[in-house]
Structures are given as structure tokens and as C-alpha cells.
Write a protein that binds this ligand. Structure first.
Ligand code: SF4
Length: 858
């Protein structure tokens, strides 16, 4: 294998990756997104590409099948369903993980050959509100900003965006720019203090959904302090007067901020022309998400701070190819190539180009509505591609029940056992990262190649090929006779040319003569193009729209539930969960709760909390921290039914959506919380995959096998049998140590003198060093020594992992601090922590702040 240039498959930053001949993975120094950097997830990609857990044969009703049988069945079922119930009775649910070529083919089949628009995607959960906001303001879905703007800005406003964890390389670029230009100011607007906040000069701890009130207040302030650019708005913007009037009707204090905080922020924004406002899920995942986006865009349009270097609004996408999906029309309310589904001329042009028998005329079902239609019996054949909606959508148990109700469900995926695949009639094995070939578009409109560097495992096929094979069997062979992804990309570019008479932002002419094999990362319409620099927008009159928006009336539930992401996991952990290094960062589902709320609920460190809504209940480990505001909770969205019995947070989120975008509101749910009091807590480390047999159980990979956290309201009658069953160790010698005084049970299982499992149970949260116990698995340590559950004197306990790249734990860092390493850089020198991908630097800085030591300048 020679050097391969490809792209990271995780977030929307879209970092370039080099895969060396020996399989080692590094950042691509020539890729303009990352210039050689990778975050912890990207750096661990090599640990996620083994074949463990892979789906390698088509399956029908749980039985292994062959491709012809499976494809025939899928085509026959979809054709028969359409013939009997019409095109709107079938649906595709796709993913921002698909490559542009996969997306293009799926969209073409649904919209041009089936004749419905029921193709939506998990990108609906990511940035649909930004798309709707862009279209209202600009007349098209344009992201005008580039990453370079972030480095050139004098003020960066991060709204609802934990870049340090969710877009780490972008965060690193901003951190480096601020280091080079200390006068750069960063404002972080977020209801909770995150790792990103530590870089900010000003943290505005806004109320959940207080954004419209805040930005309306900003617009009103700009108007009353004569900071609007009257020349710009006169020439290029409509709706100014009514939007300013609506803004003046808002009450900025409804944002939850003090008058002093508001005044500081408004003055900073007003006096700093080069301002970039970055926003992501904290803005988009809201019942008022589109209005939030327009409240931000209004401020930039009113001041003409758009289309110039170092200024403008900037929506960053979560998914690696959310942008590519948008481009090829992979949403139920879009056509293809940024053409309008509601425009008959556009529809006719696409149909003519495709030579298709039909074309959809009305928007299809958006994600949440699509699964409601499944529950209502309206969808009778469903194909889910490369995603896990039974985990990621709100009311996840309701969604699982809805999928189970659909008469015929197909999934195409790389992993066999997922919560969604368990509900499917037919499983089709797809190729994964490292095996597939195609293109992706990152948050700054840069199209890069994902290239294969591994042979596809026997049995797996690329998504574009699977979809084309089904299309051919449905009678559309000639329109889907692609031999490789480059032919699809060429057709996508050609469609753009065929639609060139329509006014659109999308312009792929730079790719018309490109050599697909050698394609270098390139922005559309061309590198260094600056959208809106001429003040021309895409509404029919060529002007932008300021959109009057009204702040929502905020309710105050006992607890507002915010959901989000961890630094080292990706979505439902089907891939990142394979890496022991990544799993060590935060190994179980948790809920952040303010100390005062914890005290009120009687929750102490290590306790579990039951968080409930009308949709269900989760049990999560309490993480007591002042980083979260009183009356709010935060929980990560990664844990599935596969990895935990009660940690799936979307069990309790509500299927409430933004009325314009259809994006679910996942950041401010209404929940209650109480302490969960089990009869016993447990922890086990084991060589083989454990079995989750307890009311609370959370499984994670480790360097030596697996670990499991446990709690239950029922005390077992036989601890040995319980330990064996949970640890999956029917064989082996057992040593049990019981301490009646503390009620602690310790079980060691050995085989030929080697520790294969260690199990601990107690009436209180189990106090053993997880990292030490994990490291004892596979060693010849005497059982009685191992059952101490702590480090030997010559092997100090590293503690909870902070640096995934170099496996550096919290205790190791604290020891280095006491020996004099008192800055992030100094800790890096002595422990290596933070010196590879740098993703853990914010946590190292937080650790230093926690121990009240002055941070030396880096
Ligand atoms: Fe991948 Fe990290 Fe880059 Fe995102 S920031 S693309 S996860 S390496």
C-alpha cells in the first residue's frame, strides 16, 4: 500500500488524512482544512477499521443470504409497494456519513424514478435550521464563510458551539490565531461552560433558547447607536425597518443575561467590524432554530459585515458530508444541485437531464415526520442508509416502535448489530471508511476525496452500487449504469452545467475537467471566491432579506435538558466505540448537574440520577459541576441500547421541531430528575465482552478487553454466578472476598493463573481505580492482590484518561503539577499530554484552573 490522501469521516471540519504504507494515520499537511492537524478521533481512526462486528453478508430476516437474492427482494418489495400504495408509501432515510456520490444516486432514484421526495437524512438533525435561515435571508443555502475568516477576525462569537469537542481542529486553528494575535476577542454564548469556554474572553451563560432575544437586542442596540450601514442596506438588503422594529419589541433580558453582560457584548460587537459569528447545534437544534439563525444573519446584513475577509455568519456542520448532501438535494424539501423543488422550470430541467419517467412535485417527509408516518402506517417500505435513527432521533423508543411497524425495512450499514439494524428485515453490507471512494464537502464548501486504501471485505459493496443495483432491478438500469463513483461525480457536475441558466450559488464548473483520481481539495465555486462580496444575493431582486423574528416565550421546567457530544466519541459509537483509547475518556453515560441541584436531590459524587420525561426514563451517572447552570442538565447522545441498559438519552427527548426547518429541538427538553437508589453498585473489567444484566449497565472497550459499570435494585442470591454471567466467564477459577463490614463483594476469575475478569460490588458507589483494574486483566497477578483494586506501589494509578493519544490520566497530570509543571505546555513536556492532536488541551487547562495554579502563557 502506498501513501493515500483521504479525508476524516467524522465531523464537518473535513480534515485531510494521510495513510502511510504501514497503515499509520497522520494529518495531511497540505489539506487546507487542517494543515496536518488531527483531533483525538481522527488520530484514532486506525483503531476503528478492523472487521470486528462488521456486517459482511446480506441478511434476510436474520439469516445469511446472497446479494442477488437480497437485491431482488428489496427491488420487488419497493416496486410492489409503490404499485399498490403509490410513491409516497416508501421512504429513504440517509446520512451525512454517505459520500456525495451515494447521496446523489439515492436522491435521483427517489425523486426522479420513484417520483416522491421522501428522502430525508440525519443531517436534518444537524443543520436544517441553518439551511432554512440561509434561504430566507440569501435566497439560497450559501455558507459564505471560510476557515481563514476565523483566523482573520478580530472578534469571534461562538453561539451554541462547543468547538473544542465537536470541531476540535477548527478550535485549534482559532486557539493558534488568538495566540498569534492576543488582541483577538472570543465570546462564547452557551448555557453551560464547556471546554470551548476556557478560550473565551467573555462567556455569556444564556438561558436555553434565549438567542433570539439576545440578537434582537443586539440589532436594536446597533440601530440606536447608529451602527447600521445605511448605504449597504439601501443597495443590497430589504426588510430593514420592520426587522429593526421587531427587534426593538424584544426584551434582551429574556436571554437570561444581566444588563452589564448585554452591554459588554453589544459594545464589543458594535465596535469591532471584523466579526465572525459561528453557530452550530446549539442554535440549530431548537424549536426556534431558524429564527435564531435569522436573528444572527440580520445583525450581519444590517451592518454589511458579510462577504468581506474576517467577517460574516458561519454555520459549521456536524456531519462530514452534511454539505455534500445539501448540494445533491439529500433533504426532503430540496431537489438537486441547489435547485428548487417548488419551481416547475427547475423540476423540468432535472427530469430532462435525468431522462426520468417522473419527478416529485411536493416536498417529502422530514425526519421526525417521516418516522411519525411510519408509526401511522403510512410508510410501508423504508430503507435506512448508514445511520441509526432508533438512537439518534428524539423519542427514540417511539421511533424504534415506528420502524418495527413498517412492513418492510432495509438497512445498509457497515456494522451488523445496531439498535436500528435489529429492527430490519433485510441488512445490506456496505463498505466503510478506508474501503470506499468518493467525495465529501466540508463546512467551508471544500470538496475533498475520500479514497480507499483497503480492499473492500468480501461481501461488502459501496452504497452507490447497492442503490444502483436496486434501481436497475426496479426497471431503471440504463439511468443507473454507473461503473464507478467518478462517473456519478461527472454526472453531478454535468447536471450543474445543464442548470446553469438558473440563478444559483452552486457552481461546479471548476470541476468540469478535473481528474477525479487526482482531485485536490477545492472549494466551490472556486478557491478564494468570496460570496456576497458584491452585495448580490439570490432572491429574485438580487437583494438579501432581513427577517423580522420574535423571541419565543420561554417556559421554565424544573430541569431543562441539553444534549450534546463528547470529545472522543462520534454519534452512536458504532465506530469510535471500537477504540479503547477513545472509550477511556468518558466511559459511561453521565449527566452534568449543578452542585446546588445535586444537594437538593440528595445526589453525591458517584451516585446515579434517574432523568425522566413523558417519553421515558434514563439512568445516568451524576457529574456534579458548576459548569452547568442551576435548573439545567446536560447529557451526551452517544449511548445506545447496545452499550447501556438505560443511558440512551433520546429515550426522553421530545419530537418537537422547528416549524420552518423540521429540525428537532434537542437542547432544551422538559425533564424531571431524582436520585436513583440501587441496592448495589458494581464495576467489572473482563477479557471478553460483558453482558449487561442490571437496571443500570454501561459497557466500554478497554486496552485489555472490556469494562462494565453496574447498578441494580435487586441483590443477587449468588454473587459468583452473577459475576460469571456478567463477565461472560463460565469457566475459570473463582476467588471471592466478602467484607461484611462494608458489604463489599470482590470476585476474581482466573484461567491458568491469568486474570480474566475482576468484579466488584458494593452498597455504595464502587471505589476502585478503574484504570488499575483494567490493566490487571490478562496479567498473572495473584487474585488476592488484584482484588485490592488499586495500583501496586511500583505502578502508580494514572487515573481517569485525559489525553487519549498518549494515554495520560488525571492523576499522572496532577503528580506532574505538584512537581512543578504549571502550564499546559509544561505538562506536555513532561507527560506528552496534549502534544499530539491537542484535543485535550482545554481539559488540561481546566485541571490546572481547578487546582488553583496560575496558568503560564503558552
Ligand atoms: Fe476528523 Fe477531528 Fe478533523 Fe473533525 S476535527 S474532521 S473529527 S480529525
Amino acid at each position: 500500500m502506498s501513501l493515500t490522501r483521504t479525508t476524516c469521516p467524522y465531523c464537518g471540519v473535513g480534515c485531510g488524512v494521510l495513510v502511510d504504507a504501514d497503515g499509520s494515520i497522520t494529518g495531511d499537511p497540505d489539506h487546507p482544512a487542517n494543515f496536518g492537524r488531527l483531533c483525538s478521533k481522527g488520530a484514532a481512526l486506525g483503531e476503528t477499521i478492523d472487521l470486528a462486528g462488521r456486517l459482511l453478508h446480506p441478511k434476510i430476516n436474520g439469516d445469511q443470504s446472497d446479494w442477488d437474492t437480497a437485491l431482488d427482494l428489496v427491488a420487488q418489495k419497493f416496486s410492489a409497494t409503490i404499485a399498490e400504495h403509490g410513491p409516497d408509501s416508501v421512504a429513504f432515510y440517509a446520512s451525512g456519513q454517505l459520500l456525495t456520490e451515494d447521496y446523489y444516486v439515492a436522491n435521483k432514484l427517489m425523486k426522479g424514478f420513484i417520483g416522491a421526495a421522501n428522502i430525508d437524512t440525519n443531517s436534518r438533525l444537524c443543520m436544517a435550521s441553518s439551511v432554512a435561515g440561509h434561504k430566507r435571508a440569501f435566497g439560497t443555502d450559501t455558507v459564505p464563510g471560510t476557515y481563514a475568516d476565523l483566523e482573520e477576525a478580530d472578534l469571534i462569537v461562538l453561539v451554541g458551539s462547543n468547538l473544542a469537542w465537536c470541531h476540535p481542529v477548527l478550535y485549534q486553528r482559532i486557539a493558534a490565531a488568538k495566540l498569534a494575535r492576543p488582541d483577538m476577542r472570543i465570546v462564547n454564548i452557551d448555557p453551560r461552560r464547556t471546554a470551548t469556554t476556557d478560550l473565551a474572553d467573555l462567556h455569556l451563560q444564556i438561558s436555553p433558547d434565549g438567542d433570539v432575544a439576545l440578537f434582537n437586542g443586539l440589532l436594536a442596540h446597533l440601530a440606536s447607536t447608529d451602527k447600521l450601514d445605511a448605504t449597504y442596506t439601501r443597495n443590497h438588503v430589504t426588510g430593514v425597518a420592520e426587522t429593526v422594529s421587531a427587534a426593538r419589541a424584544s426584551t434582551p433580558a429574556d436571554s437570561g443575561l444581566t444588563p452589564a453582560e448585554l452591554a459588554t457584548f453589544y459594545a464589543l460587537w458594535a465596535q469591532t467590524p471584523r466579526v465572525v459569528t459561528v453557530y452550530s447545534q446549539g442554535v440549530n437544534q431548537s424549536a426556534s432554530g431558524t429564527d435564531k439563525v435569522n436573528a444572527i444573519l440580520n445583525c450581519h446584513l444590517a451592518t454589511g459585515r458579510i462577504g468581506k475577509p474576517g467577517m460574516g455568519p458561519f454555520s459549521v456542520t456536524g456531519q462530514p458530508n452534511a454539505m455534500g448532501g445539501r448540494e445533491v438535494g439529500g433533504l426532503a424539501n430540496m431537489l438537486a444541485n441547489h435547485l428548487e423543488l417548488g419551481n416547475p422550470d427547475h423540476r423540468q430541467a432535472v427530469q430532462r437531464f435525468w431522462g426520468s419517467p417522473t419527478i416529485c412535485t411536493t416536498p417529502g417527509l422530514k425526519a421526525v415526520d417521516l418516522f411519525q408516518a411510519c408509526a401511522d402506517g403510512k410508510i410501508k417500505a423504508l430503507w435506512i442508509m448508514s445511520t441509526n435513527p432508533a438512537v439518534s432521533l428524539p423519542d427514540a423508543d417511539g421511533v424504534a416502535a415506528a420502524i418495527a411497524k413498517v412492513p418492510f425495512v432495509v438497512t445498509s450499514d457497515i456494522i451488523e448489530k445496531t439498535d436500528t439494524n435489529n429492527l430490519a428485515d433485510v441488512l445490506l453490507p456496505a463498505t466503510g471508511w478506508g474501503e470506499k471512494d468518493g467525495t465529501v464537502t466540508n463546512s467551508e464548501r471544500r470538496i475533498s476525496r475520500q479514497r480507499a486504501f483497503l480492499a473492500a471485505p468480501s461481501g461488502a459493496r459501496p452504497d452507490w452500487q447497492i442503490i444502483s443495483d436496486v434501481a436497475a432491478r426496479m426497471g431503471h438500469a440504463s439511468a443507473f449504469a454507473y461503473k464507478n463513483p467518478s462517473e456519478i461525480f461527472a454526472e453531478y457536475v454535468a447536471l450543474d452545467g445543464a442548470a446553469s441558466q438558473f440563478s444559483r450559488d452552486l457552481d461546479l464548473s471548476v470541476f468540469a475537467d478535473a481528474d477525479y483520481a487526482q482531485l485536490i481539495p477545492t472549494q466551490w465555486p472556486r478557491n478564494d471566491h468570496r460570496f456576497f462580496s458584491d452585495g448580490a444575493f439570490y432572491h429574485p431582486d438580487g437583494r438579501a432579506r432581513m427577517v423580522p423574528v420574535t423571541a419565543p416565550v420561554l417556559t421554565k421546567p424544573r430541569f431543562a435538558l441539553n444534549t450534546g457530544r463528547n470529545r472522543d466519541q462520534w454519534h452512536t459509537m458504532t465506530r469510535s466505540g471500537k477504540s479503547a483509547r477513545l472509550g477511556a475518556h468518558l466511559a459511561e453515560p453521565y449527566v452534568e448537574i449543578h452542585p446546588a441541584d445535586a444537594t437538593e436531590l440528595g445526589v453525591r459524587a458517584g451516585h446515579l440520577i434517574s432523568v425522566e420525561s413523558i417519553y421515558g426514563r434514563t439512568i445516568l451517572r451524576a457529574l456534579i459541576t458548576p459548569r452547568i447552570a442551576q435548573g439545567q442538565l446536560f447529557a451526551p447522545m452517544h449511548w445506545t441500547r447496545q452499550r447501556s441498559t438505560s443511558g440512551l438519552i433520546n429515550r426522553i427527548t421530545a419530537p418537537v421541531t422547528d416549524p420552518h426547518s423540521g429540525q428537532p429541538a434537542l437542547k432544551a427538553g422538559c425533564v424531571s430528575a431524582k436520585v436513583f437508589k440501587p441496592k448495589w453498585y458494581g464495576f467489572a473489567a473482563t477479557k471478553t465482552e460483558p453482558v449487561a444484566r442490571a437496571e443500570y449497565a454501561a459497557i466500554a472497550r478497554t486496552q485489555t478487553g472490556w469494562q462494565i459499570e453496574l447498578a441494580s435494585g435487586k441483590i443477587p442470591t449468588d454473587w459468583e454466578a452473577t459475576a460469571r454471567a456478567i463477565c461472560g466467564q463460565a469457566q475459570g477459577e473463582v476467588s471471592i472476598h466478602t467484607d461484611p463490614a462494608t458489604g463489599t463483594i470482590r470476585v476474581a476469575i482466573t484461567s491458568n493463573g491469568e486474570i480474566t475478569a475482576l468484579f466488584f460490588a458494593s452498597s455504595d458507589p464502587v471505589i476502585v481505580s478503574r484504570s488499575c483494574v483494567v490493566e490487571l486483566i490478562g496479567t498473572q497477578t495473584p487474585p488476592l492482590v488484584a482484588l485490592a483494586g488499586r495500583a501496586a506501589t511500583d505502578q502508580p494509578d494514572a487515573g481517569v484518561k485525559i489525553c487519549a493519544c498518549f494515554n495520560v490520566g488525571r492523576n499522572t497530570l496532577l503528580r506532574a503539577v505538584t512537581k512543578g509543571a504549571r502550564s499546559v505546555a509544561a505538562l506536555g513536556e513532561v507527560t506528552c499530554a496534549g502534544t499530539n492532536c491537542g484535543s485535550c488541551k482545554p481539559e488540561i487547562a481546566a485541571l490546572l484552573a481547578e487546582v488553583s495554579l496560575p496558568l503560564a502563557a503558552e
